[in-house]
Design a protein around this ligand. Structure first.
Ligand code: ATP
Length: 243
């Protein structure tokens, strides 16, 4: 039998009843791995993450065909809180932390769990991101870009997910911080969390992932081991800037 995985099969998503944005997307995220999802702006990567985490409704989007299964069980008709309970959690889109709340308050909001596990989960997040422990009483809006990224990742980890979905964690960060986020993704994965990483920064994403997908206008156009994508001429030209 295949191992456990998050599996997207032939998924179609429509916005506002008319705009077909995902046109038959299939992708597999085997448990324990890091999988990268690349693609230009507007390719549909964010839409795919919204579909997996059950957040299409709020954006007037809808799955019209295909399925999303977690360890064989369909999840695409579940509300977001049930998807979180099943073990899939997305770090907030565009790091939408509550900027007027403190770091610690933001982490508490992320915990969808029993209060008895709140404390150990918070300690685990603080161990991963010591800067968040140091700044736990700080107002989140005053954190630097890198710290806000860490807070959004930490918040997602508060529900102790099996699968973590990250939407461009390196966005807007200086190279040194991108390296730090990359190392944190590796560490989170080593703690047993499976990661689906959406990135514009292809070099970073393919550096950590074992497998990668490339999307263009609502379709998967490449599905290969990361090492092969790094050697692919189109990937080099369009995503790595190595023409
Ligand atoms: P980006 O990196 O810019 O976020 P992306 O690959 O994540 O790109 P999506 O954000 O999923 O792409 O967008 C895919 C397409 O869906 C785009 O053409 C976008 O304009 C459209 N779209 C996204 N959200 C909505 C919405 N709420 N209503 C209508 N169309 C939308």
């Amino acid at each position: 039998m295949e191992g456990y995985m998050l599996e997207v099969s032939n998924l179609e998503v429509v916005y506002d009843d008319v705009v077909l944005v995902l046109r038959g997307v299939s992708l597999q995220v085997p448990e324990g791995r890091i999988v990268a999802l690349l693609g230009a702006n507007g390719a549909g990567k964010t839409t795919l993450l919204r579909a997996i985490s059950g957040l299409l409704d709020v954006h007037e989007g809808e799955v019209t065909k295909g399925s999303i299964t977690l360890d064989g069980t369909p999840i695409h008709e579940l509300p977001p809180e049930k998807i979180v309970a099943a073990g899939v959690k997305q770090a907030l889109e565009g790091r939408r932390i509550f900027s007027e709340f403190t770091v610690e308050e933001n982490l508490r909001v992320g915990a969808h769990t029993d209060p008895s596990v709140m404390k150990p989960n918070m300690e685990r997040v603080y161990d991963l991101f010591p800067v968040l422990r140091d700044r736990r009483k700080a107002t989140a809006g005053y954190l630097s870009g890198g710290e806000q990224t860490m807070l959004s990742m930490g918040r997602a980890l508060m529900s102790n997910p099996k699968y973590l979905l990250l939407d461009e964690p390196s966005l807007g960060l200086a190279p040194q911080l991108v390296d730090q986020i990359r190392d944190l993704i590796i560490e989170i994965n080593q703690q047993g969390v499976t990661v689906l990483l959406v990135e514009q920064n292809a070099a970073m994403a393919l550096g950590v992932a074992e497998h990668g997908y490339v999307m263009e206008t609502g379709k998967v156009v490449m599905d290969k081991p990361a090492a092969e994508l790094l050697e692919d001429d189109d990937v080099k030209e369009f995503y790595l800037g190595l023409a």
